[in-house]
Design a protein around this ligand. Structure first.
Ligand code: UD1
Ligand code: CA
Length: 472
């Protein structure tokens, strides 16, 4: 008869001060490929299909709590009001984890950990039934990490750098900050921790030796890829982790078919989804929850945030696009700026030096040159002439412009919103439109041209013998 599966809780430590980051923002909310650092262990736990996840918040914890509640509603937030060290941190959540048989402790600042590694750790626990499994790794430069000291009797303990002897400092096997505990064993030893060390903190690392001494059953899993256990403590660590994660993400997309011209200058965030046949030119950045469909191409030095590109859509670089849907076979750029909820239906085109904000462009709409379209709805088939501006702000509030289907908007038209234009209507170039234009009508709002004979000669703006303007 097989035993009932043991219950498991996952506690992510995210309450520390992170002083080495030199920032007013909590370390675990520092952006790493534009997602907070704590996103990564949360995502690793989710991908490994682990339930019962809690984040421990403390220093500037309101911001962490707000993030977790918004983005990870299934995850609990537990408070460590005073930050007295990692051991104290885990003890602060004892009321929560004592309901489980086992507890996986992840450090919020170890973002490269892979879900497969968490699963392997759990398997190791199931196969060998120890009281604790801890993860170590071997590095050339162990500075900043706790050293794993193997004892003569086969036991193990972790010595923090500031408490280590000269000899221990040379140890290249270090603690990764990821542990799996039998909660009964952990409960027994955690109240026996003291802060009798250089930092005056309660170290979680001391529980390893305490369990080893009392129950004698600690396993050390040596992680083969030391990158996975990189701890992010400083701005330099953040940059190193960004580079490693980016390489990993681009590699994954390329294995699925992405054609990335220059991985060295391309940046892709962890929430970006890509269908197989996408082309990225050099220098492209894609962030947030973006989706690129089959046959899309993104031009050099473009930045996309929360963008959905439908099949066959093209962005000519450089362009900056955030919060937008680019329809099937639609085109954007070069040098276009789209932001705050833009919807381009299939075949629509936004061209050179055009800014579009909070607007919908119907099927086949063209706005190819030098325009600002804000708070506008534009019907299918309409052509927007060069230099068109929707004057959506009257100094107090924002107002909408509605332009119908199959319209012809003459170059340099100013729409003073709120204003609308019916279907099949037109505006004369250079018009300042302040009144609604009915279906099929031409809106013309400009001075009639007057020609003043002989003005050029009288004012001396004539061409001299060399063909230059002005006096000899
Ligand atoms: C810790 C380990 C070290 C290991 C390294 C791996 C201890 C004493 N040392 O050192 O052996 O090599 O991680 O990356 O555990 N935290 C809290 N509450 C606190 C203090 C910390 O929640 O009171 C959280 C931090 O937010 C962080 C994690 O615990 O996510 C680790 O804390 P940190 O101060 O970064 O420990 P390290 O010095 O890196
Ligand atoms: Ca750390």
């Amino acid at each position: 008869m097989s035993e009932l599966p043991q219950s498991l809780g996952v506690l992510i430590l995210a309450a520390g001060k992170g002083v080495r980051m030199h920032s007013g923002k909590p370390k675990l909310l520092q952006p790493l490929l534009e997602e907070p650092v704590v996103y990564y262990p949360l995502n690793a736990a989710k991908t490994a299909r682990l339930k019962n996840v809690a984040v421990l918040a403390g220093h500037k914890g309101e911001a962490i709590e707000e993030y977790v509640k918004r983005e990870w509603p299934e995850v609990e937030v537990i408070w460590q009001r005073e930050q007295l060290g990692t051991g104290h941190a885990v003890k602060s959540a004892e009321h929560w984890w004592k309901q489980f048989d086992r507890l996986l402790v992840l450090s919020g600042d170890v973002p490269l950990i892979r879900p497969e590694t968490l699963s392997a750790m759990i398997r190791c626990f199931e196969d060998t039934a120890p009281r604790c499994v801890m993860m170590s790794f071997v590095v050339n430069d162990p500075s900043g990490y706790g050293r794993v000291v193997r004892l003569a009797d086969g036991g193990v303990r972790i010595v923090e750098e500031c408490d280590a002897t000269e000899e221990e400092l040379y140890t290249q096997e270090v603690n990764g900050g990821v542990y799996l505990f039998d909660t009964t064993a952990l409960s027994t030893v955690i109240s026996r921790l003291n802060s009798d060390n250089q930092l005056g903190e309660y170290y979680l690392t001391d529980t390893v030796q305490l369990i080893d001494d009392t129950e004698g059953d600690v396993r050390v899993m040596v992680c083969e890829d030391p990158q996975e256990l990189l701890g992010v403590n400083t701005p330099n660590d953040l940059a190193v982790a960004s580079g490693m994660l980016n390489k990993r993400i681009i590699g994954l997309h390329m294995r699925n078919g992405l054609k990335c011209m220059d991985p060295a200058t391309t940046w892709i965030g962890p929430r970006v989804e890509m269908e197989p046949d996408v082309i990225l030119e050099p220098g492209v950045q894609i962030w947030g929850k973006s989706h690129l469909s089959d046959g899309c191409r993104v031009g050099a030095w473009s930045t996309l945030r929360m963008v959905r590109m439908e099949p066959g859509a093209t962005v000519f670089g450089p362009s900056v696009i955030s919060d937008a849907v680019i329809g099937e076979n639609a085109e954007v750029g070069p040098v276009a700026f789209l932001r705050n909820d833009v919807k381009m239906r299939s075949g629509a085109k936004v061209g050179r030096f055009v800014e579009v904000k909070n607007s919908t462009l119907g099927e086949g709409v063209k706005a190819l040159h030098l325009s600002y379209l804000g708070d506008a709805t534009i019907g299918r088939g309409t052509n927007i002439g060069a230099g068109t501006v929707t004057c959506n702000f009257n100094g107090v509030s924002k107002n909408a412009t509605s332009i119908g289907e199959d319209c012809f908007v003459g170059s340099d038209t100013m729409f003073v919103a709120p204003v609308s234009m019916g279907r099949g209507a037109a505006t004369a170039a250079g018009s300042v439109i302040t009144k609604d234009i009915p279906d099929g009508a031409l809106g013309i709002a400009r001075e009639r041209q007057t020609n003043i004979d002989g003005w050029n000669e009288r004012n001396g703006v004539i061409r001299n013998k060399n063909g230059k303007k002005g006096d000899d």
